[in-house]
Design a binder for this molecule. Structure first.
Ligand code: HEC
Ligand SMILES: [Cu+2]
Length: 337
């Protein structure tokens, strides 16, 4: 899985060639100046060597013009690197909306993945080609790092929070997935693959792997058994606690007067440490669920809350991602935001 350029892994995502272009620019500039400085150095060493034991060199006079030139040129070059790099960084790390969502939980020493439609995978991720995929990632134990060289995409997965990453594969095939953060004895075995398929093939794969409940449906069940319903209403419509239907993606006002955006991380904190960010108008009555819910269950609760819409549609099916072809069990309401 090598590209036509030696030493560079295959390029298979919308950003990979852009990362390569920046990389070649950086390497090119570095190489150019290394060669220039190296050869000038050697030239000067020879040209201005001491020829007799008692030779006294001519004093060197400063030159403002020269100093300005060698300050301005590197400054301009450094700034192009900065601007180019920053643009690419934001493109890579700002997750687009309307992406297909996949939940990822790292664990010594494997990747556990679950599609919003319920299919679970270990160390393998099947995705359709030419679609934006959003990964919502966390870990059960230590820091891991999700790295797909062919997509030039990589992010640390950190305990206690969600890290999101996205990519859009442009070529079908099987690509390496590595853990790129040393995570203990079997770190080197924490490898897997991302399998990029044609949309039709992917839809077949999805429908051939049904059987598990969707995270949202599992979350709905947890929501009932953990007693969330007693305060937040049977369908998240609110009661002693704030309404949860339709909050995802909106801004919430806190007691402190700050506003926060309701994302996966915020909901996570609300469940594990409710007192940390109190919603305005409500007392600190929500108990913590720290230690009572696993990472998998947290993901399920979050998927359920995301699937709740203010108008009160059937919640559990609303979270299925939109692929182009209809699938058995796909809901008519697809949550493209
Ligand atoms: C005893 C009542 C009670 C129970 C049980 C309860 N909550 Fe809450 N919840 C509240 C109250 C009150 C608030 C608002 C104050 C705060 O932010 O802690 C809240 C806030 C929240 C928020 C933030 C909402 C927002 O609009 O920003 C989320 C999310 C949430 N709860 C989820 C849950 C989940 C999931 C469960 C079950 C695992 C649950 N709650 C159980 C009372 C409760
Ligand atoms: Cu790891």
């Amino acid at each position: 899985m090598q590209s036509w350029i030696p030493l560079v892994p295959e390029s298979a995502s919308t950003v990979s060639w852009k990362v390569d272009a920046l990389y070649f620019y950086l390497s090119g500039v570095t190489l150019f100046f290394s060669l220039l400085i190296g050869s000038v150095l050697i030239f000067f060493v020879i040209r201005y060597r001491r020829r007799t034991p008692y030779e006294i060199p001519r004093p060197v006079a400063g030159s403002h013009k020269l100093e300005t030139i060698w300050t301005v040129i590197p400054f301009v070059i450094a700034m192009t690197m900065f601007a180019w790099g920053a643009r690419l960084y934001f493109e890579q790390y700002k997750v687009p909306e309307n992406a297909i969502e996949v939940y990822v939980v790292g664990k010594q020493w494997m990747w556990k993945l679950q599609h919003a439609t319920g299919q679970r995978e270990i160390n393998e991720l099947h995705v359709p080609v030419n679609r934006k995929i959003k990964l919502i990632m966390t870990t059960e134990d230590v820091i891991h790092d999700f790295f797909v060289p062919a997509f030039r995409t990589k992010a640390d997965v950190i305990p206690g929070k969600y890290v999101t990453l996205w990519f859009e594969a442009t070529k079908t095939g099987r690509y390496h997935l590595f853990c790129a953060e040393y995570c203990g004895m079997n770190h080197s075995g924490m490898i897997g693959s991302v399998i990029v398929m044609e949309t039709r093939e992917f839809d077949d794969w999805l429908s051939g792997n049904v059987g598990s409940t969707t995270p949202a449906a599992a979350g709905q069940q947890l929501y009932q058994t953990l007693g969330c319903a007693s305060c937040h209403g049977a369908n998240g419509e609110g009661g002693r606690g704030p309404t949860l239907a339709g909050i995802f993606g909106n801004n919430q006002t806190l007691q402190t007067g700050d506003t926060v955006r309701v994302d996966e991380g915020y909901i996570r904190t609300s469940i594990l440490n409710p007192q940390a960010q109190l919603v305005t108008g409500f007392g600190p009555i929500m108990p913590t669920f720290q230690g009572q819910v696993s990472e998998d269950q947290l993901v399920q609760l979050i998927a359920y809350i995301k699937s709740l819409h203010a108008e009160g549609q059937t919640p559990t099916t609303a979270a299925s991602p939109a692929t182009t072809a209809p699938r058995p069990g796909a809901s008519p309401t697809q949550n493209i935001r």
